[in-house]
Design a protein around this ligand. Sequence first.
Ligand code: PRT
Length: 118
Amino acid sequence: MSDVLAELAKVLEARKLADPDESYVASLHAKGLNKILEKVGEEATETLLAAKDLANQAESNKAAAKSDLVYETADLWFHTLVMLSHLGLGPEDVLRELARRFDLSGLVEKAARQQHPG
Ligand SMILES: N=c1c2ncn([C@@H]3O[C@H](COP(=O)(O)OP(=O)(O)OP(=O)(O)O)[C@@H](O)[C@H]3O)c2ncn1[C@@H]1O[C@H](COP(=O)(O)O)[C@@H](O)[C@H]1O
């Protein structure tokens, strides 16, 4: 797993026991799953707006919009990691699933899913 994701996962685990007044992550856990999901939804919306904005910029003007999209995607990844952590999962679980899909064409995988739904 990427060092950054592994390190962040450790910090997120530790923050489950932290004081909500001193830790943003602990404050999200204290507010509960619905608040965490609300943040994931907000960050997903901000990410897609940033992607559309980047696509609409002239070539000479894309640098700032690229930075914005990276920033929003980091917020989205971060909040999805908090969601996974809240539910007893971590980035290693998602990376394992992505690794399992190596060499599996997305179209072949989709056809297999349609033959065996669920
Ligand atoms: N990577 C992040 C990270 N990315 C984004 N954020 C926070 O996520 C929030 C999202 O931004 P918003 O503008 O939507 O937040 P807001 O308006 O304050 O939030 P709401 O009032 O809407 O809930 C901001 O407060 C950001 O600071 C993060 N907070 C923490 N981390 C990591 O988590 C670690 C633990 O953080 P603490 O728990 O705060 O110590 C940190 O050391 C970082 O490594």
